[in-house]
Ligand binder design. Structure first.
Ligand SMILES: [Ca+2]
Length: 383
């Protein structure tokens, strides 16, 4: 994600277009009549991605990161999920920090059984741009936790992802809450792998302006080439972007509930979010830190928390100002920029093949009850 307080900070004003206006504009740009988006219910979503009675196997690919921290703690506190591995990547802060942060968070949650594998230290082709201004220099709001005692496994992130998915074909969902570099590398190394991935729940992108540029959301901005490959890998994707995560702004009452709970996960989450809260107050920002990444976990845990719609999502990779933008086509034609004089002469495709279910609405009360309720419950954590 990147900006935990993008809206209140006003880092990016976009062009003042509302989400609905933007969607309508997108549809019109695709040569279609403007229509209100048809939102699918959560149950429809789960029919798409499937459910099982036994815990859902997941890999968490993350760049912790303040909101990653709560997302990982939420997943660890959720008995519906079996965390098979965590694969840190460079993003919010460099890998030298996201890796120990991932180990720390699992230790806090009492989950040292979960393997952590070292991921990519930079995007596929670009220089790393971080968001330490929003997450604190250490990625956890400046809160100091003990150095981790555990070590990463000998496999690197792509190797661990491949090993877990190949051992459980069709059963593993990937919760991707950082730049998508690790996944792109795994798919390049093993082109058959995407067919074996059950689904990807990713926090990234936006159909309604970005947060790091007027076009791009942070995770996609950092590594648009990786995102482009992942969106076109043929895997069922649920895209949880800024369109919904902007509504996941933590309030003081939530932080107080975390602080009042005695278990390690809630205490850590309370300290981290309070540190960010205090930074925001000192800077005269209204509102609280935005829990972008936990929405992706929540959408997997309880699909009724979001409303989704089928889209064909393209990722802009060549734009001088717009790289990392996610464009959502809700119908054919899929029209591209006008071709150059000497370029290919096919500006559009008449075939509409959705490649993602994009979350367009969020029930914030239900979301926060799940997030805070799970963290304070202490389930799956040491006391
Ligand atoms: Ca993240």
């Amino acid at each position: 994600m990147g900006f935990l307080f993008e809206d209140s900070l006003g880092h990016v004003s976009g062009d003042g277009v509302s989400r609905r206006q933007f969607i309508t504009r997108t549809a019109m740009a695709a040569g279609a009549a403007a229509v209100a988006p048809r939102l699918l219910s959560g149950s429809t979503l789960m029919e798409q991605v499937g459910t099982t009675k036994s815990p859902q196997r997941v890999i968490i690919d993350a760049d912790p990161g303040v909101d990653d921290a709560l997302a990982i703690l939420l997943a660890a506190a959720s008995p519906e999920l079996k965390i098979e591995g965590v694969t840190p990547v460079a993003g919010n802060v460099p890998l030298e920090l996201t890796l120990p942060n991932a180990l720390r968070l699992l230790e806090i949650a009492g989950r040292t059984d979960v393997p952590v594998a070292t991921g990519a230290s930079r995007p596929l082709t670009r220089k790393l741009i971080t968001a330490s201004y929003a997450h604190g220099e250490n990625g956890l709001g400046g809160v100091q936790f003990p150095d981790p005692k555990t070590k990463p496994v000998s496999d690197n992130a792509s190797q661990l992802i491949r090993r877990i998915v190949r051992a459980n074909p069709g059963q593993v969902a990937i919760i991707a809450i950082g730049p998508l570099t690790n996944l792109a590398i795994a798919f390049r190394e093993d082109p058959e792998l995407p067919k074996m991935v059950k689904s990807i729940y990713l926090m990234g992108g936006s159909l309604s302006r970005g947060n790091v540029t007027p076009s791009a959301e942070f995770n996609i901005y950092v590594d648009p080439e990786a995102a482009q490959e992942v969106f076109h890998a043929g895997i069922p994707i649920v895209m949880v972007g800024l369109d919904v995560t902007r509504k996941a702004m933590l309030r003081d009452e939530h932080i107080k509930r975390l602080e009042a709970a005695s278990n390690n996960s809630a205490q850590a989450a309370g300290k981290i979010t309070r540190a960010i809260w205090n930074r925001m107050q000192r800077a005269n920002f209204n509102g609280g830190p935005v829990m972008h990444d936990s929405v992706a976990v929540a959408a997997l845990l309880d699909p009724s928390i979001v409303k989704v719609q089928d889209y064909y999502v393209e990722v802009e990779t060549s734009g001088e100002f717009t790289a990392g933008e996610t464009l959502g086509y809700s119908r054919a034609p899929i029209r591209r920029s006008a071709p150059p004089v000497n370029g290919p002469s096919k500006p559009e495709s008449t075939e509409f093949k959705p490649n993602a279910k994009v979350a367009l609405d969020l029930d914030p009360d239900k979301f926060f009850e799940l997030l805070v309720g799970r963290l304070v419950s202490g389930h799956g954590t040491s006391a």
